[in-house]
Design a protein around this ligand. Structure first.
Ligand code: ADE
Length: 229
C-alpha cells in the first residue's frame, strides 16, 4: 500500500517532510516527489503548486507513475459559516468545482458536463479514519462538502453563494480536481484541511496570521490518521 500525500504549497507539507524517512526523490512536471516511510507506511509526499491544473497533473502522476493506492490532500482552506474558525479541521465527504459553469445548457453550476456524477465522493473508510484521527484534537472538526475553484475567496457575497448554492463548509483551490482525477481512475481519496481564514473581506490578512496554526493542525490529523491506517 502506497499513500500519495499532496499539499499545494511548501508550507502545507514542510512539517511532514521533517518526519519522513526519505528514501529517494524524483522530479516530474516540475514537482518533487518525496518517497519514503512515515510511521511505518509507504508514502509519496509532493507539493503540487496552487490551483486545479497543478493538482490534477500531480494526482495523475501519483497514480500512473508511482502506483499509489490512495490519495490524501492536506492543507488549509477558507471556512464557510459562522461556527467555523481558524484552526478548525474540515474533512471532505465530497467535493465540487464551483467554477465549472455550463448553466447555459441547463446544467447545474459545478456539474462537469457529460460526466456521470455531480460531486466527487471521498472514500468512506478514509473519511472514517480521518474522523477517528480527530478524537484527541482540541478544536472542532467538521465534515461535509468542500468547494474548489481557481480563486482565493475573499468576499462575503461569494461565501454566501458557496454556502447557499453548494452547501459548502469550506473553499480551497485543489481538492475538487484531485477528487475528479481519483474518481476517473477509481482511486480512493480524502481531503483534510484546516481553516486559515473565513474567506471574507479580511481573508488575505487572516491567511497570513493563521496559516502556521492551520498547517500544524492539518498535519497533526494526517499523522494520527497514518498511524491508525
Ligand atoms: N485556502 C485558504 N483560504 C482560502 C480561501 N479563502 N480561498 C481559497 N482557498 C483558500
Amino acid at each position: 500500500m502506497i499513500i500519495g500525500i499532496i499539499g499545494a504549497m511548501d508550507e502545507e507539507i514542510e512539517l511532514l517532510l521533517k518526519e519522513i524517512e526519505l528514501k529517494r526523490k524524483e522530479v516530474k512536471a516540475s514537482m518533487v516527489f518525496n518517497f519514503g516511510s512515515l510511521y511505518g507506511k509507504d508514502v509519496v509526499i509532493v507539493r503540487c503548486g496552487i490551483g486545479k491544473v497543478n493538482a490534477a497533473v500531480c494526482s495523475q502522476i501519483l497514480i500512473d507513475d508511482f502506483n499509489v493506492n490512495a490519495v490524501i490532500n492536506v492543507g488549509i482552506a477558507g471556512g464557510i459559516g459562522k461556527d467555523i474558525f481558524p484552526g478548525d479541521i474540515v474533512i471532505a465527504e465530497n467535493l465540487i468545482q464551483y467554477d465549472m459553469d455550463t448553466s447555459a445548457f441547463g446544467d447545474k453550476i459545478g456539474q462537469i458536463p457529460r460526466l456521470d456524477t455531480y460531486d466527487f465522493k471521498c472514500d468512506n473508510k478514509l473519511v472514517e479514519l480521518a474522523k477517528g484521527a480527530c478524537k484527541s484534537f482540541e478544536k472542532n472538526f467538521f465534515t461535509g462538502r468542500i468547494a474548489t475553484g481557481d480563486q482565493f475567496v475573499a468576499d462575503i457575497e461569494k461565501i454566501k453563494w458557496l454556502n447557499e448554492e453548494f452547501d459548502a463548509i469550506a473553499c480551497e483551490m485543489e481538492g475538487g480536481s484531485i477528487a475528479q482525477v481519483c474518481y476517473l481512475n477509481k482511486v480512493p481519496f480524502v481531503v483534510i484541511r484546516s481553516i486559515s481564514d473565513n474567506a471574507n473581506n479580511g481573508a488575505h490578512m487572516d491567511f497570513q496570521k493563521f496559516t502556521p496554526i492551520a498547517v500544524k493542525n492539518s498535519t497533526y490529523i494526517l499523522k494520527n490518521m497514518i498511524k491508525i491506517m
